[in-house]
Design a protein around this ligand. Structure first.
Ligand SMILES: *Cc1c(COP(=O)(O)O)cnc(C)c1O
Length: 439
């Protein structure tokens, strides 16, 4: 497999380097040089294949000889080991539950697969790989669980003290083994600044093999294509065209859907659903892309003012002129945005009408699908339910005025003992800790 940077389509990188580096030096994003079409017979007979078998086939065509078949099988067995069930609301609306992994959000798919690929490409290296992650809450849990006991890898997670929820904190601080949590006496920005400075520090880069578990790493994008196929397999063959509705922030999930479509999955249309951080719906409407600082909302994992994967979306629709890129994208993707009051109403409506408890991110998706289907009938729509409602317990219980069941794997965390290292927001202290404890 070869990859180019969205900022330079002439220079190619192999999969190993793209995975271990994360970002090209020119600050573009890695994209596959070729997105191969899968055989029609495979797509028509998806129901003959298990979820891991589907994932294996997608990777075989995409990665080609970059990974040995047996190794790939092993990687997938470890990474794709929880289901992605489709639940019908009615004959036109379906929910794809992506929260059955350890951290109860779809980011588990990306994090687990990235962990396996990084370990694989790191094999044979004598020095450990040290991954630095700053988290505002959600991503850290998925990364920590994904990398737990990955051979040859240590993960250092920095989180802002008192600014993540109790359960989020427990997800970061109760794993041990190769996962280290640093509780930073500061903000998320302080955490990010420490990580950035570490990558620039000559003393550290001499002593440690540092890398990041960045959300735009290609190894997080690829596994997100798997569940579009898995969802399609579970839908009825009723002649209705399939539409996917993706609650979006950085637009990695939606970009993966575009890749699945390029690979031949018959997806008729995409819906980009956002909260009031609506730069992409705005672009689809006006042709103008104006990134701006994010606004805090109920669906906080989508509070993104400058979506990092937008460059990949542009890349996939690039036309000869700027206007033609916009028109190409608009033909495939419709965008809708909703505020918190509408999100709360949707939570209640989905429960009242369908007896289904959806989370705030899924609720934004539900609203977008409903609006789309009011204009275009005769489709069946799948909303990606990106997190379990119990992750937003207070809000969901308050809106529904009833208790929400907390999954066992989340509930047991509350009992576990937190282990974190207290860290002032100063680089000298962070550097000293790394050299004393990790090098
Ligand atoms: C990260 C996240 C999103 C946004 O996904 P993108 O790929 O960044 O668009 C949506 N919902 C939840 C629960 C998330 O954690």
């Amino acid at each position: 497999m070869k990859l180019y940077s969205t900022k330079n389509k002439q220079a190619f990188t192999g999969l190993k380097q793209a995975v271990l580096k994360g970002l090209p030096d020119d600050n573009g994003l890695y994209m596959p040089m070729e997105i191969p079409r899968l055989p029609e017979a495979f797509i028509e007979n998806l129901s003959d294949f298990s979820f891991p078998e589907i994932a294996f086939t997608v990777c075989r065509y995409l990665f080609k000889e970059s990974i040995q078949e047996e190794d790939l099988r092993r990687i997938i067995q470890k990474a794709v080991n929880f289901p992605a069930p489709v639940v019908p609301l009615d004959e036109e609306k379906y929910v794809l539950e992506l929260f059955h992994g350890p951290s109860l959000a779809f980011k588990d798919f990306g994090a687990r697969f990235m962990a396996q690929l990084m370990s694989y490409f790191n094999e044979g290296e004598t020095r450990e790989l040290v991954i630095l992650v700053a988290t505002s809450g959600d991503t850290g849990g998925a990364v920590a669980a994904g990398f737990l006991q990955a051979p040859g890898i240590k993960v250092i997670i920095l989180y802002p003290s008192g600014k993540v929820s109790m359960l989020q904190e427990k997800q970061l601080t109760t794993l041990d083994h190769n996962i280290f949590a640093l509780e930073v006496d500061g903000t998320f920005d302080d955490c990010q600044a420490l990580v950035k400075q570490a990558f620039l520090d000559k003393g550290l880069s001499g002593a440690l093999r540092l890398t990041s578990a960045n959300s735009i790493n290609i190894s997080r994008l690829v596994p997100q294509t798997f569940y579009y196929f898995e969802a399609y397999k579970q839908l009825p063959r009723d002649g209705k065209k399939t539409v996917f509705c993706v609650p979006s922030g950085n637009f990695g999930n939606l970009t993966a859907g575009l890749m699945a479509q390029r690979m031949g999955l018959p997806i008729h249309h995409f819906i980009a659903a956002t909260n009031v951080n609506d730069v992409v719906p705005e672009y689809l409407e006006s042709g103008l892309f104006s990134p701006r600082p994010s606004v805090r909302t109920l669906s906080n994992a989508m509070d993104v003012g400058n979506p990092s994967n937008f460059a990949r979306m542009i890349d996939m629709y690039e036309g000869k002129t700027e206007g033609s890129t916009w028109n190409n994208m608009r033909r495939s993707i419709s965008g809708y945005a909703f505020d918190d009051a509408q999100t709360r109403e949707a939570l209640a409506e989905v429960h009242r009408q369908y007896q289904y408890i959806i989370d705030p991110h899924g609720a934004v998706g539900y609203l977008a699908l409903k609006e789309f289907q009011q204009r275009r009938s005769g489709t069946k729509g799948v909303v990606l339910e990106t997190a379990h409602p119990a992750k937003f317990l207070d809000e969901v219980e308050h809106v529904l005025n009833q208790k929400v069941e907390v999954p066992h794997r989340l509930a047991v965390l509350a009992e576990r003992e937190k282990r974190a290292v207290w860290m002032p927001p100063e680089f000298s202290a962070f550097k000293k800790w790394l050299l004393d404890n990790v090098a």
